[in-house]
Design a protein around this ligand. Structure first.
Ligand code: BTN
Length: 262
């Protein structure tokens, strides 16, 4: 079933957030909720608006990938944020969202999810949720679109995704109500985002390090044409991934595509 007006009102009644979710715009189906949210960037009073959809026909992932968005079994939403931050800190919002997302999902499922840098949430080693953060400019107005996809009640995935994707239902053997999960997510997000604006990224990085199981593992990190191999150490105080490269050098990376080797 698509979300009804009553569903949206119920979600809003459960929110403690000051801004996030004050307005929730609901669609049965859209191309991409991130693209719809971008249209709001030029409007001055839309900070915290949420675009929620029952399905997406052109759901977008990071690095030009698509996000499988089957009808009414997953959570597909985007939030418009308008922080006054220098561009180098915009990427840190992905870490803020990651911490809120693991906290929300872990309160719901019996199996613990873990963060994989920079934007993946893994459940039993497979991807259960992802974050796509896009910076957007419309004339004098700028904003950050935070897109979040959660595989909640998917029973299966297309063959091409079966080795990398999973859902909360597939791993827990039971289905989950999406509405309370959305409220947990938006409340955690509001809390984490406000902490980020007031105290900086440091508390988020501490939480991120506690909720990742990638440290100590052998990984590869690809940046454009270059691939590095080494052991993931931790996130540094800016949220960069520190890798002990196999030749003994320690490097902090601000971006890249990580593959776990073991
Ligand atoms: C990734 O892991 O590569 C990011 C996935 C982000 C998917 C969400 S679903 C809602 C929002 N709209 C999109 O088109 N993408 C994000």
């Amino acid at each position: 079933m698509p979300y009804s007006l009553k569903d949206i009102q119920w979600i809003q009644s459960q929110l403690r957030a000051e801004h996030i979710g004050r307005e929730i715009i609901n669609y049965d189906s859209v191309g991409s909720t991130n693209d719809i949210a971008k249209r709001l960037v030029g409007e001055s009073d839309k900070e915290g608006s949420v675009i929620l959809a029952g399905s997406q026909t052109q759901g977008k992932g990071r690095l030009g990938k698509t996000w499988y968005s089957e009808e009414n079994v997953g959570i597909y939403l985007s939030i418009l944020l308008k922080p006054s931050l220098p561009p180098e800190q915009i990427a840190q919002i992905t870490l803020v969202a990651g911490v809120a997302l693991v906290q929300a999902i872990n309160e719901f499922s019996r199996v613990r999810t873990f963060l994989k840098w920079p934007n993946d949430i893994l459940l039993n080693g497979k991807k259960v949720a992802g974050i796509l953060t896009e910076h957007c400019q419309d004339g004098a107005h700028s904003g950050v679109i935070l897109g979040i996809g959660i595989n909640v009640n998917h029973a299966r995935f297309p063959v091409s995704l079966q080795h990398i994707a999973t859902s909360m239902a597939m791993e827990n053997g039971e289905t989950f109500e999406r509405l309370p999960l959305i409220t947990f997510l938006l409340n955690h997000l509001d809390q984490e985002y406000r902490s980020f604006l007031n105290k900086g990224i440091s508390p988020t990085v501490d939480q991120w390090n506690l909720n990742s199981d990638m440290f100590g593992k052998h990984i590869s990190l690809t940046q454009g044409a270059q691939t590095f191999f080494g052991t993931a150490m931790n996130l540094d105080k800016e949220g960069q991934l520190v890798i002990l490269i196999d030749d003994g050098e320690k490097i902090a990376f601000a971006s890249g595509e990580v593959t776990l080797m073991e």
